[in-house]
Design a protein around this ligand. Structure first.
Ligand code: HEC
Length: 105
């Protein structure tokens, strides 16, 4: 016998603890996923999360280059129109784009 045996109970115990740890980790990750924006408490970040986090998560600003954010803002204005939502005000759009550009990748 290579395996001395008698370890079954121990392995099973570790397995159960591991499963619990994984569940805790998954819960933590799920809650962390929606939050960390740069300067999360600033007015710009809140506005961004509010206006751009309704149909999908507010994507992290570093995900795109400034020029690509500008392009996405135009596309998203179209998305809103297609869904019958009122457009974001020009001032708010400017604030959001400035925020995204400042933290862009
Ligand atoms: C009316 C719903 C709606 C709102 C509000 C909205 N989006 Fe979107 N957005 C979508 C949909 C639907 C897609 C996926 C389809 C697509 O990319 O053509 C998308 C995709 C994106 C993508 C592309 C993601 C990728 O993987 O390529 C970016 C970036 C984005 N949105 C940014 C924004 C920003 C910035 C705002 C705020 C100005 C915003 N969205 C607000 C509906 C919305």
């Amino acid at each position: 016998m290579i395996d001395g045996g008698g370890h079954g109970g121990v392995v099973e115990g570790v397995g159960r603890a591991g499963a619990t740890a994984l569940l805790v980790l998954a819960t933590l990750l799920a809650s962390a996923c929606s939050s960390p924006l740069p300067d999360a408490e600033s007015r710009e970040a809140r506005l961004y999360a509010q206006e751009c986090g309704t149909c999908h998560v507010a994507y992290p600003p570093h995900m795109l280059k400034p020029a690509m954010w500008e392009m996405q803002m135009g596309r998203m204005a179209l998305m809103r129109r297609q869904r019958g939502l009122p457009p974001i005000s020009a001032a708010d759009e400017k604030t959001i784009l400035a925020y995204l550009t400042k933290h862009a990748g």
